[in-house]
Design a protein around this ligand. Structure first.
Ligand SMILES: NC(=O)c1ccc[n+]([C@@H]2O[C@H](COP(=O)([O-])OP(=O)(O)OC[C@H]3O[C@@H](n4cnc5c(N)ncnc54)[C@H](O)[C@@H]3O)[C@@H](O)[C@H]2O)c1
Length: 253
């Protein structure tokens, strides 16, 4: 991936961090961005000379403009954008405050919109954008209404951008992870969940690792996927494939 200039949001850890690490290991120039600056800087320092850290709050249009201007000024015109920054919250719609709902939309959907808008202007030589949607943006999930609405929206934006940017050689796809072991799935909102029962419901009987999502994102960033745009790629251990019926005896069927 030499000659590839990658901007990753939410890159201090989790899926964004795994992407940055994988891209850097394959010779790309990588700009890691986040709001968690201390962790981001320390992590970036482990990735070698072609990895840079910048503060970028994805909800700030100014931060987006500054980050892409800095990349261009350094001679690193952006060729790959990974919109990974995000957060989830768990509550019924009745228990979700307006502020919480707006926060979910702002961070997960407006952040992706600003990234796409910026990328459209900055990717002068074409490129690839990968948006982190979610299985929760494919299958409606009780108690994940605000997050799910944002992620359904991310998939819609992905397809619209793919249509609008195809003639400029910019491909836009989304990745929809199921349950991946990162900070986002260990926050207090999910602490009461019966994780073992949940894992048993996954056809592959395990949660995914951030590196398993990063490899799919790398495929969408690289020429290997040169005819793929406007699609959603599920990385969910089979969860969206359908429903497994519980084992029941033949007499009852
Ligand atoms: N982990 C999962 O199971 C899972 C499943 C489906 C989708 N996703 C999506 O994948 C993406 C990455 O999630 P993750 O699991 O790596 O979570 P994570 O919590 O490990 O990482 C998210 C990162 O985003 C950063 N961030 C938060 N607010 C920000 C802001 N305003 N601007 C910039 N950065 C900000 C955080 O500091 C953090 O480093 C998210 O969009 C998430 O919705 C994750």
């Amino acid at each position: 991936m030499r000659g590839t200039n990658v901007l990753v949001t939410g890159a201090s850890g989790g899926i964004g961090g795994a992407c940055a690490e994988l891209f850097a290991a394959h010779g790309a120039t990588v700009y890691l961005t986040d709001v968690n600056d201390d962790t981001g800087r320390a992590f970036t320092a482990t990735l070698g000379a072609n990895a840079y850290y910048r503060h970028l709050d994805v909800t700030s249009e100014t931060d987006w403009a500054d980050a892409t201007a800095a990349m261009a000024a350094a001679g690193h015109d952006i060729t790959v954008l990974v919109n990974s920054a995000g957060a989830a919250m768990k509550a019924t719609l009745a228990d979700t405050t307006l502020d919480q709902f707006r926060r979910m939309i702002d961070l997960n959907l407006v952040g992706t919109f600003l990234g796409l808008k910026t990328a459209a202007a900055a990717m002068v030589g074409g490129g690839s954008v990968i948006n982190l949607a979610s299985l929760r943006g494919v299958l409606a999930t009780a108690e994940l209404g605000a997050y799910g609405a944002a992620k359904f929206g991310v998939r819609a934006l992905t397809k619209v951008a793919a249509l609008e940017l195809a003639d400029r050689g910019i491909r836009v796809n989304s990745v929809c992870p199921g349950s991946i072991e990162t900070e986002i799935t260990s926050v207090s909102d999910f602490a009461d969940d019966d994780v073992e029962a949940y894992v048993r419901s996954i056809p592959m009987q395990r949660r995914g690792a951030p590196e398993e999502v990063a490899k799919v994102i790398r495929f969408l960033a690289a020429d290997d996927s040169s005819y793929v745009t406007g699609t959603d790629l599920l990385v969910d251990g089979g969860q969206a494939a359908g429903v497994r019926t519980p084992k029941i005896s033949n007499e009852k069927v």
